[in-house]
Design a protein around this ligand. Structure first.
Ligand SMILES: Nc1nc2c(ncn2[C@@H]2O[C@H](COP(=O)(O)OP(=O)(O)OP(=O)(O)O)[C@@H](O)[C@H]2O)c(=O)[nH]1
Ligand SMILES: [Mg+2]
Length: 464
């Protein structure tokens, strides 16, 4: 059997922005016309989309790098470059996306939890196209001989994790009859056998009430044993799936099974494992399902189990997966609880808030500028947005450099450097570029660009 692939780490990068064009109109008998360089196209975004047709993350098992298309460069005669196409990565419903720390590959931030069909999140925005030289005209500079390069796209490592989307999970020791129950109450046809760990991956089934009016999704989960929360048995990776089911159906074998275990001790052992894995799991609504009640001589055990369940404030249902006894009542009660729990969840869940929150956090981090002394007289400036500004500049072109200087002023880079102790004549490094720090700047010949440049300026926080 193919192993259960439900976790993938992938690298995503948007398309780079195309370069703006530096060009001047050419007309017969006019030696040099006005600037007419078009803008570069924007790069495409990498988007993750929930597709109800998919049931695994197998597509991301062998391929790990995903790039959206780049924007093409602007051209003369005000022709803008073409935007790059977005790259849409389809994932199953119930996929949770985390941003990973690029060094440790540990999850640092939850980007989204895709629970609705067609729900999307941009995981790597494309770069913005560079502006053509028409944008840099001012009253003093009628023929700007520079354009902006395209913005390099952002790149991230993300983790895709598929979590089961079941309303109720059947949990319990191996061989207690979890798969037998789901087979009896739904159309699922899992393997059933009298040896432990028959079920290796969860089975999902849609369960309907007898009158057909209500339904919910149930999953049976591979058997848990003592130590499951520490990785014993198969249970650990499946405990993760239970995290998102609203209701736990705790199945106990009242016969004690072949090993003649004490069913009440089993009940406590499983609850201890759930609590050890996550305290919320122990507090999750739980129904206790006493299975195999068709077997003779289990009345006393059922009575003790009922008492243990009631002490924990839980209802107990006596059932038999073989005869079907008690299962209709259990299904009715589950349907009622699931619909109550669903209405509570939908009230607290706001999928869009995930995206907006990540976007804000990412932008804030991107705009943050750090200044660090590398050695005496040498300063390192870093930060996503400022580094992109530098990459977007043609360092061979003095006009482009003057414009970069203007952008630095707008984000108060000089003040930040002075505050850290940088002095005239020191070297300031950004990525692989370096310049000499000088505080005396003359007139701001690009002041008139400010209006055009406002969107760039407002990207930066005024940090004290
Ligand atoms: N007498 C009786 N036997 C049952 C009942 N339910 C299940 N069994 C038997 O118990 C054994 C285990 O059943 P499964 O449904 O495979 O148990 P499970 O909990 O899914 O087991 P794992 O997948 O290994 O964790 C099988 O031999 C079933 O026929 C029941 O209500 N009464
Ligand atoms: Mg099973």
């Amino acid at each position: 059997m193919a192993s259960f692939t439900d976790l993938s780490k992938i690298n995503v990068k948007g398309g780079d922005g195309g370069a703006g064009c530096m060009s001047f109109r050419r007309e017969a008998f006019v030696p040099k016309g006005g600037p007419d360089g078009g803008d570069g196209g924007n790069g495409g975004d990498v988007i993750v989309e929930a597709d109800p047709q998919l049931s695994s993350l197998i597509d991301y098992r062998y391929k790990h790098h995903f790039r959206a298309e780049r924007g093409t460069h602007g051209q003369g005669a005000r022709r803008h470059g073409k935007d790059g196409a977005d790259l849409v990565l389809k994932v199953p419903l119930g996929t949770v996306i985390h941003e990973l720390d690029p060094r440790t590959q540990e999850p640092v931030y939850q980007i989204a939890d895709l629970t609705q069909p067609g729900e999307r999140v941009v995981v790597a925005p494309g770069g913005i196209g560079g502006r053509g030289n028409i944008h840099f005209v001012t009253s003093v500079r009628r023929a700007p001989a520079f354009a902006e390069k395209g913005e390099p796209a952002q790149e991230h490592w993300i983790e895709l994790e598929m979590k089961l989307m079941a309303d109720a999970a059947l949990v319990g020791m191996p061989s207690v009859g979890k798969s037998s129950i789901i087979a009896r109450i739904s159309a699922a046809r899992p393997k059933i056998a009298d040896y432990p760990f028959t079920t290796l991956v969860p089975n999902l089934g849609v369960v309907r009430t007898k009158d057909g009016s209500r339904s919910f999704v149930a999953a049976d989960v591979p058997g848990l044993i003592e130590g499951a929360s520490e990785g014993r048995g198969l249970g650990h990776q499946f405990l993760r799936h239970i995290e998102r089911t609203a209701l736990i159906l705790h199945v106990v074998d009242v016969t004690g099974g072949f090993e003649q275990r004490d069913p009440v001790a089993d009940y406590h052992a499983i609850n201890a494992e759930l609590a050890a894995y996550a305290t919320e799991l122990a507090e999750r609504p739980q129904l206790v399902v006493a299975n195999k009640c068709d077997m003779p001589g289990c009345e006393e055990t059922v009575a003790r189990l009922r008492q243990a369940a009631e002490e924990d404030g839980r209802e107990l249902f006596c059932v038999s997966a073989v005869t079907g006894a008690g299962l209709d009542d259990l299904v009715e009660r589950c349907a009622t609880m699931v619909s109550e729990l669903r209405s509570q969840i939908s009230a607290t869940e706001a999928p869009d808030a995930f995206n907006a929150a990540w976007e804000r956090k990412r932008q804030r981090r991107d705009r943050t500028i750090t200044v660090r002394q590398e050695s005496r007289g040498i300063w390192r400036v870093s930060g996503g947005a400022i580094e992109r500004m530098v990459i977007q500049t043609d360092w061979e072109n003095p006009e482009a450099l003057a414009y970069l200087e203007h952008r630095f002023e707008r984000i108060h880079l000089e003040e930040k450097l002075l505050k850290e102790g940088c002095r005239d004549g020191d070297e300031v490094r950004i990525l692989g570029f370096a310049f000499t720090f000088e505080t005396n700047h003359g007139t701001d010949e690009y002041a008139e660009l400010r209006d055009a440049d406002d969107e760039v300026v407002s990207e930066f926080d005024e940090e004290g």
